[in-house]
Design a protein around this ligand. Structure first.
Ligand code: URA
Length: 245
């Protein structure tokens, strides 16, 4: 991992401060002056110091958050509050101790994306590899949604979701999706991809309109129903692995 990234992930220094510290000869790797922010370090064995203080690996963190309507799934946004803003306010932690375990907010990434008006399970981490495994369509990690529709679901919708369909502006068909009809206007949908507005566009292709969308599971991990909208909590190791099954 790059030296500047490691320090950024495991301390409160900003990227600009880190670059200045390296330039001012305050950063050492195994007691040797670091010359460049991009130098590669071995996170398991190298000892990194800033002004003689050791920067310890704070480890990876995995959070689930119950996203409310009105928040965007991004780290920063000029127009709307983000899910990361909810994390930055420790009142939203399910238990007060959760917040103390967090690495710097700047190191957190949002796993995948939910539309501003979609609610439910969103994952947040500082582990880029895990983020990739959960989000990449080829890893076949299912995302499950409950959708409420404006009109009765078409008779052929289940078959069309299962076959895959061509969405406007896409050159490849969608991957097979499962549709479970719960009532004339509500259904559960399971998809492995995360194309832009995918569930809404799939229903639109059947002549219908999604009026409410809620994600309740990623892989085998279900949203903790004790989390009120806007609340979050840490995942344990078992739960982290459930997302990949
Ligand atoms: N599909 C959508 O249309 N919107 C979401 O937020 C997620 C999946």
């Amino acid at each position: 991992m790059r030296l500047d990234r490691f320090i950024g992930n495991h301390s409160e220094y900003t990227r600009t401060q880190i670059h200045r510290l390296i330039k001012s000869r305050c950063v050492r790797v195994n007691d040797i002056l670091a010359k460049s922010p991009s130098v590669k370090i071995k996170t398991e064995s190298d000892v990194i110091t800033v002004d003689k203080h050791v920067i310890r690996d704070r480890g990876n963190v995995y959070l689930m958050l119950n996203k409310p309507v009105g928040y965007v799934s991004a780290t920063v946004d000029a127009d709307h509050p983000t899910v990361i803003d909810l994390i930055a306010d420790n009142h939203n932690a399910l238990t007060p101790t959760t917040f103390e375990h967090l690495p710097p907010i700047a190191s957190l990434q949002v796993v995948g994306r939910l539309d501003i008006d979609t609610t439910g399970l969103i994952l947040i981490t500082n582990d880029g590899q895990w983020n990739h495994k959960v989000s990449a369509p080829n890893t076949k990690c299912q995302k499950r949604y409950r959708a409420e529709l404006a009109q009765a679901i078409a008779d052929d919708a289940k078959a069309r979701f299962a076959e895959g369909m061509q969405l406007k502006g896409e050159n490849k068909n969608t991957q097979a999706a499962e549709l479970k009809i719960l009532s004339p206007n509500t259904a559960e949908v399971a998809i492995c991809e995360g194309k832009y507005h995918q569930v809404k566009r799939m229903f639109a292709a059947t002549g219908n309109k999604v009026v409410a969308l809620h994600r309740f599971a990623i892989g085998q991990l279900e949203l903790d129903n004790t989390l009120a909208p806007g609340q979050y909590r840490l995942l344990d190791e078992h739960e982290t692995n459930l997302t990949l099954t």
